[in-house]
Design a protein around this ligand. Structure first.
Ligand code: G3P
Ligand code: MG
Length: 257
């Protein structure tokens, strides 16, 4: 089964940033906790200063690492990820912010290691490429991600998405892989022609933007639809009933797949 075949199944749950209510988001522990609890896993990728793909959501390291406790990095405030080389990122702890009372260190997760894990465990991954266009050219970003997917032989089990739609258009020229455009505040004008021009297979939107009419139109036009972030079972059923293919959730886990 490849990712598009998986999407033909109903009522899919994506573990948002890994199972992020059970382990620190975007870490290997969060990926492990997702097994058996979700149909696929969503994680976020961006690049270190020298261009190594790592797994991290925020633009800065402040919220999800111990960087502010290490005086050696004081000069790097506000701790933008793109200001840190890989060797520096490796020295940080990505877990103790989450566990609070029982401090537990978690190592940096690279895209390479995340993909190896997905392959080894027969899982499916939605890889969101963060918009890092202020620090890197689109081609460098896309080439780096494509190389990792190719090197790990994961193209049949990965869906690539991004709020920066230029990445998605570029990816389609390099890799036969499903893509989805992410939107947050508003739909692009002439939505269907816009998505066709991008060459994407799907559309993932903020729950606040969802209307039955647009979901039905997208599905009729052949696009799959994902909605983030949905933590209510009642709301997820409403969305599935409208025709939404999957929801990204922090907490709606399945017992077993
Ligand atoms: O891809 C869905 C969701 O992950 C997009 O929002 O900010 O959690 O990456 P964010
Ligand atoms: Mg994301």
């Amino acid at each position: 089964m490849n990712f598009l075949e998986l999407l033909s199944r109903p009522e899919l749950i994506a573990a948002h940033r890994g199972a992020n209510s059970l382990a620190p988001e975007n870490t290997l522990s969060a990926l492990k906790k997702s097994i058996g609890r979700a149909d696929f896993i969503e994680i976020d990728t961006q690049l270190s200063k020298e261009g190594i793909a790592i797994i991290m959501h925020d633009d800065t390291l402040l919220r999800t690492t111990n960087v502010s406790q290490l005086s050696e990095f004081d000069s790097k405030k506000p701790y933008k990820v793109s200001d840190f080389i890989y060797d520096e990122l490796k020295r940080l702890d990505y877990g103790s912010w989450f566990y609070r009372d029982k401090a537990q260190a978690e190592p940096l997760l690279t895209l390479h290691d995340a993909l190896i894990f997905i392959k080894k465990n027969n899982l499916f991954l939605n890889l969101e490429i963060k918009d890092i266009s202020s620090a890197f050219g689109d081609k460098e970003v896309v080439d780096t991600v494509v190389k990792e997917i190719n090197d790990t032989l994961c193209s049949d089990r990965v869906l690539v998405s991004s709020f920066r739609h230029e990445y998605l258009k570029l990816i389609k020229t390099k890799l036969h892989i499903p893509t989805a455009a992410l939107v947050e505040d508003a739909h692009p004008k002439e939505l269907i022609s816009y998505l066709r021009e991008l060459g994407v297979d799907g559309y993932c939107l903020n729950d606040e933007l969802v209307h039955r009419g647009s979901v039905e139109m997208l599905r009729e036009e052949g696009f799959f639809v994902g909605v983030y972030t949905v933590n209510s079972a009642i709301r997820s059923h409403e969305l599935f009933e409208m025709g939404v293919n999957f929801v990204f959730s922090d907490s709606l886990y399945k017992d077993k797949i």
